[in-house]
Design a protein around this ligand. Structure first.
Ligand SMILES: Cc1cc2nc3c(=O)[nH]c(=O)nc-3n(C[C@H](O)[C@H](O)[C@H](O)COP(=O)(O)OP(=O)(O)OC[C@H]3O[C@@H](n4cnc5c(N)ncnc54)[C@H](O)[C@@H]3O)c2cc1C
Length: 458
């Protein structure tokens, strides 16, 4: 083909697109990245980062009351939502500046605007046509809303991060990780939260003991969990909303937040026209190297709807750059990807659920421990930690590590390395614990759960 303006044009400067653009430029390629909103993408601007800052802010509500049991007397303490949101936004602006600087320092050309493909080598931004040898689609995803009467009154996670004021009451619809995280934040901040979900309990796809433990703790913390319930309609009366549920019940509330899943951002990009195949959910279909059905067009991250997490988008981006520009074809590995849910208490998990382990490996041994974390002895908080190991009986290999409890994400990250190395239960047992810690429980579990009470995941 004739000379192009760039070696690579990336659509989307989020987790995947940002990393791929920077890495390709570091390898000496001429790169442009097109971004229609803010550099940093969902994770930094509307996802992981702002969400976690709000979780941290909300957690102080428990910390202050727990401190009383440790001898502190606390006078009055108040909370200012507007101040938390403002501080969070200052941090997001700082991060945006950092991500912009990283692109600039690596000679990546940032083009602001919405990009779409005119042909397999041409990207249109506004009226401008830019050409490239290789194109990467990294446009992420967006909240998807069901077709319910009155859905226009609902907000999504995007708006929930920036509410002008805290409502007194809130209905959260959905049972996935974003729904339980927001339920935790707003409940801790004193909002009366009702969570409505279609399934039999929260977090479909997670280990059954994790799901049950979290649901129990959420209810104990005051969240009104309505499982096996669907929303029929939402009506507005003045500043209030009436949410009509199955079972003919109506809940009055001040805010309705829908967190019922996300869809790939693939519409309006000209993909079908140039022959890029999409699946029935609108996700870009790719091979193990993230190449689409068109030779020079690749896609990474949430727009491909594989495992929709930031570190996965970044790893896919790096594998793409190594394959396309580094002369090292690299397929992404999807086994043993750890993940966390920053609900209250938090969850972290790596490897297989018990049900999946039984399906794939037949006989497994399960080690499960529930205990009161040390801090809760003096604080008096009635919250338990749950830890679970799933072990393949014949090989002794640890197949799954699951935890619900304080610091779970910090603890399980290390165990993800052990699983990646194929660690056995005997090696867990031979590891000396760090005492006193909750984490040591993972290397001191000795009693198998009898087979007869084996959990079954949905
Ligand atoms: C509330 C919430 C909480 C989350 N929490 C976590 C978490 O704790 N941990 C975790 O690992 N993941 C979390 N995620 C998921 C994580 O944010 C995504 O997996 C990750 O951002 C995906 O990266 P990406 O590069 O695929 O897309 P994105 O980061 O979404 O980036 C896509 C970019 O493309 C831009 N774009 C779209 N279309 C166009 C176009 N036509 N032209 C130009 N630009 C375009 C968008 O503006 C966006 O900036 C969370 C997500 C949400 C919504």
């Amino acid at each position: 083909m004739t000379a192009t303006d760039f070696d690579l044009i990336t659509l989307g400067a989020g987790s995947g697109g940002g990393r791929a653009s920077r890495m390709a430029a570091q390898m000496g390629r001429k790169v442009a990245v097109v971004e229609e909103s803010r550099v940093g993408g969902t994770c930094v601007m509307r996802g992981c980062v702002p969400k976690k800052l709000l979780v941290m802010g909300a957690h102080f509500a428990e910390d202050f009351t727990d401190a009383l049991g440790f001898g502190w007397s606390i006078g009055s303490f108040g909370f200012d939502w507007a101040r938390l949101v403002a501080s969070k936004n200052v941090e997001l602006n700082r991060l945006e500046t950092v991500y912009n600087r990283i692109l600039r320092d690596n000679n990546v050309t940032l083009i602001e605007g919405r990009g779409r493909l005119a042909d397999a080598h041409t990207v249109m931004v506004g009226g401008q046509a830019l050409t490239a040898e290789t194109i990467l689609i990294a446009t992420g995803g967006r909240p998807s809303l069901p077709d319910v009467p009155g859905i226009e009154f609902a907000v999504t996670s995007n708006e929930a991060l920036d509410l002008m004021q805290l409502p007194e009451r809130m209905v959260i619809v959905g049972g996935g990780y974003i729904a339980v995280e927001f339920a935790g934040i707003f409940n801790a901040l004193g909002v009366k939260v009702t969570q409505v979900l279609r399934g039999d309990t929260v977090l479909r796809g997670f280990d059954q003991d994790v799901r049950a433990t979290l649901a129990e703790e959420m209810v104990r913390k005051g969240i009104d969990l309505r499982c096996e319930t669907v929303v029929h309609s939402i009506e507005r009366t003045g500043r209030m909303y009436s949410v009509r549920l199955s079972g003919d019940e109506t809940i009055e509330t001040d805010l309705v937040l829908y967190a019922t899943g996300r869809s790939p951002n693939s519409a309006g990009l000209g993909l079908e026209r140039v022959g890029v195949a999409l699946n029935e959910r609108g996700a870009v279909v790719v091979d193990e190297y993230s190449r689409t059905s068109v030779e020079n067009i690749w896609a990474v991250g949430d727009v491909t709807d594989r495992i929709n997490l930031t570190p996965v988008a970044i790893a896919e981006a790096m594998a793409f750059v190594n394959t396309a520009f580094g002369g090292r074809p690299t397929a992404m590995e999807y086994d043993n990807i750890p993940s966390a849910v920053f609900c209250m208490p938090p969850i972290a998990t790596v490897g297989l659920t018990e049900a999946e382990a039984r399906r794939r490996h037949g006989c497994v041994d399960v080690y499960l421990s529930r205990f009161k974390p040390m801090r809760n002895t003096l604080s008096g908080r009635d919250e338990r930690t749950m830890m679970k190991l799933i072990v393949e009986r014949t090989s002794d290999r640890v197949l799954g590590v699951h935890m619900v409890g304080p610091d779970a994400p910090e603890i399980v990250q290390g165990f993800a390395v052990a699983l990646k190395c194929g660690a056995t239960k005997a090696q867990f047992d031979a590891t000396i614990g760090i005492h006193p810690s909750a984490a040591e429980e993972f290397v001191t579990m000795r009693n198998k759960r009898p087979d007869s009470v084996a959990g079954e995941d949905a």
